[in-house]
Design a protein around this ligand. Sequence first.
Ligand code: SF4
Length: 64
Amino acid sequence: MRITIDREVCVGSGLCVLIEPAVFDQNDDGLVELLDEGPLTDAGGTVEDAVQRCPAAALGITPD
Ligand code: SF4
């Protein structure tokens, strides 16, 4: 899977970084950045959890 981000709607809450800091980061403006653009495995489900819990629906998952 690959992660998609939409900085136009990201509100910089940082929740994705707290849930999965190996994949998500925040830039100087607080907006989401990807540390690993994939393809990713998500055996623990943390990436999917971060995507689902993003308060702005700024994250998405696409198949490889
Ligand atoms: S959880 Fe969503 S709104 Fe918060 S920083 Fe990550 S992408 Fe942005």
